[in-house]
Design a protein around this ligand. Structure first.
Ligand code: PXL
Length: 273
């Protein structure tokens, strides 16, 4: 059994964060572990505004010690870390345990809010997490911030950002154009330090896409745990997320989520009961 650990935030609505990650790990047939770094809450009385509450670094470390007490983890991913201290704890523990496959989802901003992580946390992502990354998975906004290039508007901008983030130490980078890039297709740029691969997929017209980014990086981690190459893991993750967006679910008046089970038609499981 392949084992995958997520170090991320909780989204109690079940779309993003560790909820997305654990569901995705299960869909891939891998065994999911989770260490909570933050809790994201949303307020329905003020336009579904997000608030990030951090878990203490001490409690995060205790969870990591619990999760990593057994045989080696096959892969790890990081998500919403909450603060600088948590980023440093996660980086230290990943290094100490020499975890083989590391996916860094450099979550800086939640969709639909102007709230971004403190500048110190962004600095810590750059100094502590990116150098550990077998792959980093920034969206367009995060890639603009991490690369120092600001607004990214074209595929060439995305390539330049990927190169900069590679220079910061990530061994592979996939910049997610997603719905933000003005293009006919959903274009992501994959860079391995030598060449670019343009990953173009169908542009899916849906607002029910909350959790797409977390699900994508979790799917890559599970693919790597299964022994796939980085590019294979990214390509399959893209198909997995496209299916999840296509079958998005309206959760409440404010938000619709990707359906993590779509690729495997998980809603049909256990039907006989
Ligand atoms: O999509 C960024 C993100 C990551 N992690 C958690 C979140 C969100 C956005 O809402 O809730 C837990």
């Amino acid at each position: 059994m392949k084992k995958v650990l997520t170090i991320a935030g909780s989204d109690s609505t079940g779309g993003a964060g560790i909820e997305a990650d654990l569901k995705t790990f299960q869909e891939y047939g891998t065994f999911g572990f989770a260490s909570l770094a933050s809790i994201v809450t949303m307020d329905p009385t003020i336009g579904w505004q997000h608030e990030v509450t951090s878990i203490t670094a001490e409690l995060l470390e205790k969870q990591l010690i619990s999760a990593l007490a057994g045989e080696a983890m096959d892969a790890v991913k990081t998500g919403m870390m909450g603060n600088e201290e948590n980023i440093k704890v996660a980086a230290r523990v990943i290094k100490a345990h020499q975890i083989k496959q590391v996916v860094i989802d450099p979550v800086i901003a939640c969709k639909g809010t102007a709230n971004i992580l403190q500048p110190k946390s962004v600095d810590a992502i750059i100094t502590d997490l990116l150098p550990l990354a077998d792959i980093a998975t920034p969206n367009l906004v995060e890639a603009g911030i991490l690369s120092g290039l600001g607004d990214l508007e074209t595929v060439d901008d995305m390539k330049a950002a990927a190169e900069n983030i590679y220079r910061l130490g990530a061994k592979h980078v996939v910049v997610k154009g997603g719905h933000r890039l003005q293009a006919d297709q959903a274009v992501d740029i994959f860079y391995d330090g030598k060449q670019f691969t343009v990953l173009a997929g169908e542009r899916i017209d849906s607002d029910f896409n909350h959790g797409a980014g977390c699900t994508f990086s979790a799917a890559i981690a599970a693919g790597l745990a299964k022994g796939w190459t980085v590019l294979e893991s990214v390509q399959t993750a893209k198909a997995f997320v496209a299916a999840a967006i296509k079958q998005g679910v309206l959760i409440n008046p404010y938000v619709g989520h990707v359906w993590h089970g779509a690729y495997n038609q998980a809603e049909r499981r256990m039907d006989h009961a």
